[in-house]
Design a protein around this ligand. Sequence first.
Ligand code: GDP
Ligand code: MG
Length: 320
Amino acid sequence: MSLHSGFVCILGRPNVGKSTLLNALVGEKLAIISPKPQTTRNRILGIIEVPAKDDMPGAQVVLIDTPGVHKPDSSLGRKMMVEVREAMEGCDLVLLMTDVTQKHDRKDEFALQMAREAGTPAFLLLNKIDLLSQKDRLLPMIDQLRQLHDFREVIPLSARKAHGLDILLDAVVRNLPEGARYFPEGQLTDQPVRFMVAEIIREQVLLETRQELPYATTVVVEQFEEKKTLTKIAATLYCEREAQKKILIGKQGQMLKKIGSAARAQIERMVGTKVFLELFVKVMPGWRDSKTFIEETDWRRQLEQLTGAGGGSRINRPTG
Ligand code: GDP
Ligand code: MG
């Protein structure tokens, strides 16, 4: 039977649950999640194989999670919006996501405007329905949002509770063109392990710190050495001020230890070996406004300079 395939971009303002949806649909944690807005800084690919069933063809869905749509006020923010635009380019379908606990406002309108301008077929996803105590509020909400754009489908769901995902995936497959796979069967993402490691560490920073620090920190993996039973990793946490560095390190290194051991446990599960993880903290004043620094630490750019270096392999769907 024929195969459907295509690129599907998840779009929406910060914090509506885009990354949670990516992980839920792929069935693996590819994107980090936090209650803080602007957790996702790069577009993240998740590849889904949908088996054929009954009258439906099978499909390879290349899902792209994106940073939240916002008006940027730094080089980092502008780079994040470039990531959104690159994800939208040439995609076959847009999943515009909103949060049912929030009123449709300017921020949603901004994301909707991007979808309109792209002219790509779009679904509207109403996420977090698990938080809606009065389910009868859903229908008027759907009616109201349908007026805003000619959506192919409007689908209420809960990414966190995995409700409504089958309906969504069926509709996605139906709306993708016939075509060959874009990636080998079994591949989960385009992102090499070494860069997923940096994200896992950054997720711990997001969970453990508050105020400005989560936004002012970035993580760069400096060393990644794979041996049969041990993976040696060294990473640097960049922040913007001495005071932030002090917090990241903590009293007698307590904070850095906490971040390191939580990240290490996750990395060990991903790479399947013991992990030796060394973390350093450096101050890079105003890095969020340094176009050069942001470009140099972009993983796609780093990858070009890293041919043959460790951690370049990609994770596959577990077999068996
Ligand atoms: P993103 O910024 O759009 O990628 O949003 P995230 O996926 O990082 O999620 C933001 C927050 O919303 C996190 O605390 C998630 O756990 C939470 N969240 C995401 N989806 C749902 C959902 O369906 N129900 C509930 N209750 N929370 C959700
Ligand atoms: Mg996200």
